[in-house]
Design a protein around this ligand. Structure first.
Ligand code: RAM
Length: 327
């Protein structure tokens, strides 16, 4: 008697669990490319949020940071009728038509990290204020090289919206007369590919024998650049800073190849994006400026102008604090 009751109850439990699971939304997390530990950290946050929300987040992207391949993937997802797509765009304008088509098909399209242009996405989770990020990297570099010498920028790809925006602010900051002894000699692109970024760093060292420092606003570029500097025995002679993730940069920070770099928390960025996307699908927000929503452990957020939701302020990592971070 008691046994059959327990059995009936467990059957009911399993049934209700599967009903709950099928009530969840199907959301695709589409970074610029796969195989990038920065985006893996974003995805860890997305999975954490999905678990809390009862949604399913599928991690899908091209193997290289290519806009055309992202467009093909978005088109395929429209046919599959997923509920939401969260995109870090390789090209802001090229992705607008595909994003629009998905929205018209009833799919929620959001961006994080690098936004699809206006009309091609509903909301954008912005990691940190672009002006602050751009200017900060120049300020850190100036400190590292004692305010004088030749510097270069080692970026990802020239069409990527976040890279373009940060570099614009770096150039603005450099106009300040206090940097009159610093000369930006070149901006090169490693396409967020480790080997290509490493070779671009080697090329910079060859072309500019007096190079004092490199700013790399990409987690792929800064790690490859630091490795190239160390392999060339130039650690301490050429400074590198930019945006990186602690797990990839720890060894270079510890041996002084990279004394300081900045970033936001990518796990939190993926977590916020997933909550934001979920609320749009559920209809609890429409995506209008001024609307508020709660993003689990991160608390309350307000939608800003042009559908931008700001994660928070960036953080500078050094030898003193790098061991406090696991991502
Ligand atoms: C790379 C990507 C990403 C950028 C980070 C800092 O992984 O280019 O878009 O935000 O670096």
């Amino acid at each position: 008697m008691r046994k059959s009751l327990i059995l009936a109850m467990s059957v009911m439990l399993v049934l209700s669990m599967s009903v709950f699971a099928s009530a969840g939304y199907k959301i695709v997390n589409m970074p610029k490319n796969l195989g990038n530990p920065y985006f893996d950290a974003c995805n860890a946050g997305a999975q954490e949020a999905a678990k809390e929300l009862g949604d399913e987040v599928i991690y899908q992207a091209p193997s290289d940071a290519d806009a055309t391949k992202q467009i093909q993937m978005i088109n395929a997802l429209i046919a599959q009728k997923v509920n939401g797509i969260m995109v870090s765009a390789n090209d802001p304008d090229a992705l607008v038509p595909a994003g629009k088509k998905a929205i018209e098909a009833g799919i929620v399209v959001t961006s994080y990290d690098a936004a699809i242009g206006d009309g091609g996405r509903q909301l954008f989770a912005l990691q940190a204020d672009a002006e602050g990020i751009g200017r900060k990297q120049v300020q850190v570099m100036a400190d590292l090289i004692g305010g004088a010498g030749e510097i270069a920028i080692l970026s990802a790809a020239s069409g990527m919206p976040n890279q373009t925006e940060w570099i614009k602010w770096m150039n603005e900051e450099l106009k300040d007369p206090k940097y009159k002894d610093i000369k930006l000699v070149d901006t090169v692109y490693g396409d967020d590919d480790d080997t290509k970024s490493y070779q671009k760093m080697q090329g910079l060292m060859k072309s500019y024998p007096n190079l004092k420092g490199v700013i790399s606003p990409t987690s792929v570029g800064i790690a490859a650049g630091a490795r190239a500097i160390r392999d060339a025995g130039m650690g301490g002679k050429i400074m590198i800073t930019g945006l990186g993730i602690p797990s990839q940069m720890r060894e270079y920070v510890k041996d002084d190849t990279c004394k300081a770099f900045a970033l936001w928390n990518p796990v939190d960025l993926g977590y916020l994006t997933t909550y934001m996307t979920h609320h749009l699908i559920a209809g609890t927000i429409k995506g209008l400026a001024g609307e508020k929503f709660t993003a689990g452990r991160l608390g309350e957020y307000t939608i800003g102008e042009k559908g931008v939701v700001l994660l928070g302020a960036p953080f500078v990592f050094t030898k003193e604090n790098i061991d406090n971070f696991s991502f």
